[in-house]
Design a protein around this ligand. Structure first.
Ligand code: CA
Length: 241
């Protein structure tokens, strides 16, 4: 994440300082804002690679900022900083265009890991091959292999898996998945996402009832669990979770 520019919008001074310090120590360029208006202005002017966005802010809240940024066509990752027990708020935020959330109180290391996953995905988004466990997703060929042997996927299963894997570590709302994988040309419901997840799990999960790759995020959708650390270069099975 060295050299990346991160905008942090947070009105609690101690928290803002703590976050700024930790990202600066990782070599990031940090831009900060302590209220919503300044946050929006800096998001538009400073061209950050990623935004950490508090929800409850003076002058303008995080939802409004999210909506404004997406209306301006900015597609950078936005990670919301939310208070515990605000599931409704999380869903609202994800629907307004946020990509993920971290629940307060959080450990700084958790935020760093989340940010890192986004920045890494961004720099690797053109990658030809995604690996997880003993699987290999070959993007150009639109095929999945397990230990060198092809796993038969339908076109939608492939699309869904590629979408999830490319966004590993992020909570993805059903409606976002639906738009991205099914498009808006066909009349489908969010149940289609669930059904496709079920068949996909039966093909890739060691135990489909206890999924380790495609995790359910309650009330929201799904998250593909990153396991690159466990499997990098070894082709070994994922570590148990
Ligand atoms: Ca706040």
């Amino acid at each position: 994440m060295k050299g990346r520019r991160i905008l942090i919008v947070e009105d609690e001074p101690a928290l803002l300082r703590g976050l700024a310090d930790v990202f600066r120590s990782k070599g990031c360029e940090v831009v900060t804002a302590a209220d919503g208006e300044a946050g929006l202005e800096r998001a538009l002017a400073a061209n950050p690679d990623l935004i950490l966005l508090d929800i409850m802010l003076p002058k303008m809240n995080g939802y409004e900022i999210c909506r404004e940024l997406r209306q301006h066509g900015l597609d950078l990752p936005i990670i919301m900083l939310t208070a515990k027990g605000q599931e409704r708020d999380i869903i609202l935020g994800l629907n307004l265009g946020a990509d993920d959330y971290v629940t307060k109180p959080f450990k700084l290391g958790e935020v760093v890991a989340r940010v890192n996953a986004f920045l890494r995905r961004r720099s690797a988004s053109e990658a030809e091959i995604w690996r997880f466990g003993d699987f290999e997703l070959r993007v150009a060929a639109r095929k999945l292999y397990r230990s060198g042997r092809e796993v038969e996927l339908t076109s939608k299963e492939y699309g869904l898996l590629a979408y999830l894997v490319a966004r590993r570590g992020r909570a993805l709302a059903r409606n976002k998945i639906l738009d991205a994988v099914w498009g808006n040309s066909v009349i489908v419901t969010e149940r289609s996402v669930d059904r496709c997840v079920t068949t996909l799990r039966s093909k890739i999960e060691p135990d489909p009832r206890n999924p380790t790759y495609i995790r359910t995020v309650r009330d929201i959708g799904y998250r593909f669990e990153p396991d690159d650390e466990a499997t990098a270069g070894t082709g070994a099975s994922p570590a148990p979770r």
